[in-house]
Write a protein that binds this ligand. Structure first.
Ligand code: MN
Length: 327
């Protein structure tokens, strides 16, 4: 989140992960399954355990679920996902969070599930988001911002849960104007998809369109299972499709592979089957789908560009004040 220099990349780059990849035997299971259902479930390519838990600043105790160095092409256009699981903070006059820091070349998307966060940036964007709200901030050519617990939330204390997602920008948009989109819970269309209700944040799903403006084709939503069962979603073939259970375990794919809570599953990009998720009542799942960018990714600290030279330029531009300052 919040992209302190160490948080994004450097600290996790050396983290050893043991993903589970699924082989061709699943094809047979898929064919059998396809004969029994009218649509064939999309194959799961791999399931990854999450990275290390760590503090970002003093406000966000996160598990880094994925990060660019894990496999940038597999994840594209997504870069990083930090999950601050539900945690209680005592009442305090001091506001926890992350102080002034820069970003360039991508977008930070903050999903507030519990608690309240206040943002402020050098492009004049900022505001407070609370439970159910999403802030979609496009750093693009560069911003400096701070991310803090809201004053009122700090003073009263309480449970806090949030997610921060980093979405890459194509080379042609990396130096475009910054943008700030505060999106309120009530703006998200609700869709009944089998055993779960979806809240559509961005893109198209089952005839609805989410309110977030994106620079490349992306569909982002979360699911809340109101009963034990299956939720089925049609998403474009050829896109990256990632599934992250925030709470509760999920099974997916023709062979019902488990994706444990806070692990993440990657679906097979070459499979045009329907994405089927099975979970128990109360499970909450974040689903990220997007067209891959197919460009080189060079991620270092708070900057994500296409070449090392551009990273060097980003540091120089930040240090010389060209990304602005908080007032
Ligand atoms: Mn940040």
């Amino acid at each position: 989140m919040l992209g302190t220099l160490a948080a994004a990349g450097a600290a996790v780059a050396g983290w050893a992960v043991a993903p589970k990849f699924f082989g061709s035997s699943k094809r047979e299971a898929k064919m059998q399954s396809a004969a029994q259902t009218k649509t064939s479930p999309r194959a799961l390519q791999a399931v990854f355990p999450p990275g290390p838990e760590h503090w970002v600043g003093d406000g966000f105790y996160v598990k880094t679920v994925f990060w660019p160095q894990l496999d940038a092409q597999m994840l594209s256009p997504f870069l990083l996902l930090d999950h601050a699981a539900r945690k209680r903070f005592d009442a305090s006059h001091y506001r926890r969070g992350v102080g002034e820091h820069p970003h360039r070349g991508f977008e930070t998307v903050t999903f507030a599930y519990e608690g309240e966060i206040e943002h402020r940036d050098s492009a004049g964007g900022g505001g407070r988001i609370g439970p159910g709200d999403v802030q979609w901030m496009t750093a693009a050519s560069g911003i400096v911002h701070e991310e803090k617990h809201a004053q009122a939330f700090s003073e009263r204390g309480g449970d806090f849960e949030m997610v921060q997602l980093w979405v890459n920008l194509p080379a042609s948009k990396k130096m475009s104007e910054p943008r700030y989109q505060p999106l309120l819970d009530r703006e998200f269309p609700r869709l009944q998809l089998g055993a779960a209700e979806a809240r559509l944040v961005a893109g198209r799903l089952a005839g609805e369109t989410g309110p977030a403006k994106t620079h490349t084709p992306i569909t982002t939503f979360d699911l809340r299972f109101h009963e034990d069962g299956t939720s089925e979603v049609e998403l474009p073939a050829g896109w990256t499709t990632l599934v992250f259970p925030l709470e509760g375990d999920v099974t997916a794919g023709p062979a019902l592979e488990p994706i444990a809570s806070r692990h993440f599953g990657v679906f097979d990009r070459n499979d045009d089957g329907v994405v089927q998720l099975h979970a128990s009542k109360g499970a909450r799942v974040l689903v990220l789908a997007g067209q891959p960018l197919d460009e080189p990714v060079v991620a270092y600290g708070p900057f994500v560009m296409n070449t090392r030279e551009e990273i060097g330029q980003a540091f120089r531009d930040y240090q010389s004040g060209r990304m602005g300052h908080l007032l």
